[in-house]
Design a protein around this ligand. Structure first.
Ligand SMILES: Cc1cc2nc3c(=O)[nH]c(=O)nc-3n(C[C@H](O)[C@H](O)[C@H](O)COP(=O)(O)OP(=O)(O)OC[C@H]3O[C@@H](n4cnc5c(N)ncnc54)[C@H](O)[C@@H]3O)c2cc1C
Length: 265
């Protein structure tokens, strides 16, 4: 009999909608401490069942193969055994329908390595931090805030989160709590498909940046004063990048530091 590749157990699964969940996983062995905002790879055997509300993809896959995908870690950087992920189901995808079929106690594979340069370590301590996300692109910011919010009392921090419906605003309670607890933290959720109960922002993130939503709370769109983080839908990343480039921003990379940090999914 072949040895199982699994090295971790599902400890929690919170379904926010049928296609959006928070997944908690405990690894059998601790990982090294990581930087908030980094990602790891998780996987399941192709022989695992898919969720009932998924669509069978056209391409077949060997049932013995381990399907692996990368996910940003939402938990704090010092939680090296208990990992939280914020995941949306791609109905015709290979891994997410299998992840959505897991339950508490299910076994899963988690890579030993935690990677990525999307973190706060190279952002000057006196610069404001604006975190822009659509959908599950919020995950690395939850890790940023859980790990670092207490250290950044002298600067302003903002999360701008775009989603379709109110129920797609994962971590709304946690972000609202942080907003109420820290006067230097601003939370701007914006919806494309609000219902009649929604009294907040609507429409694309770009529209609110153009309208000066950040300047209204004293955050200058200036690369010397404010670092931007973008994560999520490629169209949002493209349009906000264009907006920031017009304000003198350049993309951060290992060779050339910049005030615009982008995580591409
Ligand atoms: C660094 C990094 C971090 C990531 N972090 C997260 C995270 O925190 N949460 C999260 O949910 N995902 C995250 N992703 C995306 C994730 O790795 C998978 O690509 C995604 O979950 C789809 O996997 P799948 O196997 O179900 O679909 P696949 O079998 O890989 O894809 C099936 C088809 O769906 C398309 N597709 C892929 N992703 C999407 C999507 N999001 N929406 C619509 N169509 C899509 C593909 O182009 C492909 O044609 C991250 C990716 C990277 C590179």
């Amino acid at each position: 009999m072949r040895k199982s590749p699994y090295n971790a157990t599902v400890t929690g699964k919170i379904m926010l909608t049928p296609d959006l969940m928070i997944l908690r996983i405990r690894t059998d062995e601790s990982r090294d401490e990581f930087k908030a905002g980094q990602f790891t790879t998780i996987g399941l055997l192709a022989s695992e069942h898919r969720s009932p509300n998924s669509v069978i993809p056209l391409d077949s896959i060997n049932p013995d193969s381990l399907i692996q995908r990368m996910y940003s870690i939402a938990s704090a950087k010092n939680e090296t055994r208990d990992f939280e992920f914020y995941i949306s189901q791609v109905k015709s995808g290979q891994l997410t329908p299998r992840l959505f079929n897991l339950s508490q106690g299910s076994r899963i594979w988690v890579d030993d390595k935690i990677q990525g340069i999307f973190n706060l370590n190279e952002t000057p301590k006196d610069c404001n931090i604006v975190m822009v996300a659509t959908g599950t692109g919020l995950a690395p910011y939850i890790s940023f805030l859980r790990s670092h919010v207490m250290e950044h009392k002298e600067i302003k921090l903002a999360v701008i989160h775009g989603a379709a419906y109110p129920w797609d605003l994962g971590y709304w309670s946690e972000l609202t709590f942080i907003k109420n607890a820290f006067s230097n933290f601003y939370y701007f959720p914006t919806l494309l498909k609000p219902d009649e109960t929604w009294t907040g922002l609507t429409g694309y993130i770009q529209k609110h940046l153009d309208a000066g939503i950040l300047e209204m709370v004293g955050i200058d769109v200036d690369p010397c004063k404010t670092h931007f983080y973008l994560c999520g839908n490629p169209k949002m990343v493209e349009s906000v990048t264009e907006f920031l480039e017009r304000h003198g921003y350049s993309k951060h990379c290992t060779e050339k530091p910049g005030a615009l940090h982008v995580e591409e999914y």
